[in-house]
Design a protein around this ligand. Structure first.
Ligand SMILES: Nc1ncnc2c1ncn2[C@@H]1O[C@H](COP(=O)(O)OP(=O)(O)O)[C@@H](O)[C@H]1O
Ligand SMILES: [Mg+2]
Length: 168
């Protein structure tokens, strides 16, 4: 059984890393945003924040259903969902300059870029996840512009160590 949740501020490399890791470890890859759109798991669109208003309850229900059908899965998502049956939460990080460069290639407003950079600086996701999940399954991994394979290797290494009961 291997259920990995790859998260991070937009632009930290969730999708790229999760796809790669799924290929390496032979896991089902799930882009949570795609599921939300495909299954209509949203309530509307927040124009001010330029983001979908996700129906957390419906999404959690759908995700639990999915997690029941597979136990080898890698999920890519920037959302904090509670009480999911997952084995590892990997929070990706990138330096602020790298992140800014990556976000500038998207059609984000300067305001949206700034708010994402701020979330990364404050490490918001880490604090949110540690509130709801046991700290021993949460790992923070740096993903700057070194190779994606390196990042995946590092993730595989922490998983291996954890499953062997090795703590650093
Ligand atoms: N290790 C890396 N080295 C170089 N470029 C990377 C790396 N990881 C991600 N990227 C690039 O950064 C951009 C954002 O990655 P993406 O996976 O879309 O992030 P997210 O899903 O977290 O928003 C993409 O253009 C991707 O190719
Ligand atoms: Mg993505």
């Amino acid at each position: 059984m291997l259920r990995i949740y790859i998260t991070g501020t937009p632009g930290t490399g969730k999708t790229t890393v999760a796809k790669n890791l799924s290929r390496n470890l032979n896991l089902d890859f799930l882009e949570l945003n795609d599921l939300i759109i495909k299954e209509g798991l949203y309530l509307g669109y927040d124009i001010n924040r330029d983001t979908l208003i996700v129906d957390d309850e419906l999404l959690t229900k759908e995700l639990l259903r999915k997690l029941r059908t597979t136990n080898k899965i890698c999920i890519s998502s920037g959302m904090v969902l509670l009480e999911l049956p997952i084995d590892y939460i990997i929070i990706l990080h990138s330096s602020i300059s790298t992140l800014r460069k990556r976000l500038e290639t998207r059609s984000y407003s300067e305001e949206k870029i700034e708010s994402n950079l701020e979330a990364e600086i404050m490490n918001v996701l880490f604090y949110d996840f540690t509130e709801f999940y046991p700290p021993e399954i949460i790992y923070e991994i740096q993903n700057d512009d070194r190779s994606i394979e390196d990042t995946c290797k590092q993730i595989i290494s922490v998983i291996r160590k954890h499953s062997l009961g090795i703590t650093e």
